[in-house]
Structure formats: C-alpha cells, structure tokens
Design a protein around this ligand. Structure first.
Ligand SMILES: Cc1ncc(C[n+]2csc(CCOP(=O)(O)OP(=O)(O)O)c2C)c(N)n1
Length: 281
C-alpha cells in the first residue's frame, strides 16, 4: 500500500524498515544523517544491500543499522562489534562488512578491538559516530570528551585529554581514514563511496551532536554546535600546526593507501603452507 512515508522518502521500504519509521532518534541528532549518506553511497555503487552485513554494538549510534536498515544486521554485546565483524568477514570474505557504532562502544569498552583491527588491516569498514559522550545512558564521560567539557560524570569539567581517533587509526595501520562532521554531508558520502571500493581497514569518524546530553550540558542548542563545526573545521590538507593547536577540527582524508589487507595475506599464507605441507590438518 502506498503510505505517506513511501512518498516522503524512496529509501523507506527499500533500505529502511517501514515499521520503525519515523525513527526514534532525538530531534537534532546526527545519526540518521550518517545513515542517509551511507545509504546514498551504497545505492550509487551497489544499488542494494545485497551482500552487505552491518554490525553494531550498544548505544544510540549502534541503532542506526539495527533496527533501521532493511538488511542483514547483527546487534551485539557492548564493545564487541569489531570482533563479530571480523569473524563474519573471515567466514565469508564475499560479504561487505560494515560496523556502525558510537565512540563509547568502539573506543572505550571496544577500544582494544578497534586498534588491533586497524593494525591487522582487517577488511572491514568502521563508521564511528563521535558525539563526545555516552548518549544512550545519560551523557557520561567518554574517551572522546573534550578537555574541560561538562558531562553528567564531569559536572565541573573533564580533566582528561580526548583521543584523536582518526590520527590514532592512521598510526595503527588503517588503509583509509577520514573525519567529517555531520554538516559535511556530501564529503561524507564521497568518503563512504571511496572506502567501499577499498580493501583492508577503513575508518570514518563522524562528529555529530548529541542534543539531549552533550549539547545540553555545554551549549545553548544543537545549532550552536553545528555553527561550531562550520566555523572551526579545517581541511587536513591545508591545516597548519597553529590550526591543530588552536583547537580547530581537522576534517578530510587523513590517509588513503593500498597496503595489502588481512584476507589477501591470509590467503597467500594458506596457499604457501598447502604447497609446503600438502594439507593443513
Ligand atoms: C557491558 C556493558 N557495560 C555498560 C553498558 C551500558 N551502556 C550502554 S550504551 C553505553 C555507551 C554508549 O555510548 P556510545 O557508544 O558513545 O553511543 P551513543 O549512545 O552516544 O551513540 C553504555 C556504557 C552496557 N550496555 N553493557
């Protein structure tokens, strides 16, 4: 039946489940902007979710694919999206495996998995939605919370330094690393397109407003954060040392390289071992 929702967006019913539309994200949240950019990239390159698996942990960002995507999705234990995605990719290398989750899920409880998947150059794509706090559970401090920012667990300001995740992923060994904010929708879509074509570990960080938690503790409105993103984002290619030190948000591609992915190396090692030993049992 033709419903009002079908008419509103052609993705509903093809890529997004009708039953969960309109979605339950807070007004002003960036999560569905990320979903939109990703679906547009996949639609352009593949035309469907066929052969895609989306894996997420726990948190609001983890809800982007599950329950919203009309696709094969796996919603796993908090922090364990990357090992699950790794297992899926190793079991069936033909699948495109994409992890979508939050900064808390992927860089706090799941931090170890993130760094090692990048080091292995595991053939998965990871989209980390960084809203600077644990949104779902009430806005607690995360490893990405800016210094001095207020959260429910740091009401007088955060003492710690946040991780620079994009930089860390480059150092750890990822093939592709980009960072955008949710106002850079077209650039984000282009980065998704590019990453979809590559092997190895691909990491895309998206800075996004958590309107009900982080924004409420630190700013007057989500618009103020969007303005901040707009006025303080500097493309990585033109960023100077002064920009980095001045607290600007460095956006753009951090790295794009063609190091051999884990699966290709695994295949070669297996073939060589079989040649030498005849059988691996
Ligand atoms: C083992 C375990 N510890 C803690 C929790 C509680 N918990 C649920 S979501 C979450 C943090 C999510 O933060 P983030 O990944 O940044 O997602 P957001 O909600 O901000 O999008 C926590 C601590 C849990 N579900 N399981």
């Amino acid at each position: 039946m033709e419903t009002k929702l079908n008419r509103i967006h052609p993705f509903v019913g093809k890529y997004l489940r009708k039953e969960v539309m309109p979605h339950g994200m807070c007004p002003g949240c960036g999560n569905m902007t990320v979903a939109n950019a990703l679906i547009r990239a996949i639609d352009k390159k593949f035309g469907s979710f066929n052969k895609f698996v989306f894996v997420s942990g726990i948190g609001c960002a983890a809800w982007i694919p599950s329950p919203h995507f009309l696709a094969d999705t796996v919603h796993v234990l908090h922090g364990r999206a990357i090992p699950t995605a790794t297992g899926i990719k190793l079991a069936n290398p033909e699948l495109n495996v994409i992890v979508i989750s939050g900064d808390g899920d992927l860089a706090a409880i799941g931090g170890n998995h993130l760094f090692h998947a990048a080091r292995r150059n595991m053939d998965i794509m990871v989209i980390l939605v960084n809203n600077f706090n644990y949104g779902m559970t009430g806005g607690q401090l995360a490893p990405t919370t800016p210094t001095n920012a207020r959260t429910i667990t740091t009401p007088y300001g955060n003492i710690e330094e946040p991780f620079n995740l994009a930089k860390l992923m480059v150092e750890a060994g990822a093939n592709f690393v980009a960072r955008w904010t949710i106002i850079h929708v077209l650039q984000l879509e282009k980065s998704f397109e590019k990453a979809l074509d590559m092997e190895g570990f691909r990491f895309i960080e998206v800075l996004s407003p958590c309107t009900t938690r982080y924004v409420r503790w630190n700013l007057r409105s989500a618009m103020e954060l969007l303005d901040y993103f707009k006025n303080n984002s500097v493309y990585v290619k033109v960023a100077t040392e002064e920009d980095i030190k001045s607290g600007k948000i460095i956006v753009g591609e951090f790295i794009s390289r063609r190091r051999e992915g884990y699966l290709s190396r695994y295949k070669k090692i297996k073939e060589n071992a079989l040649k030498s030993w005849g059988s691996l049992s």
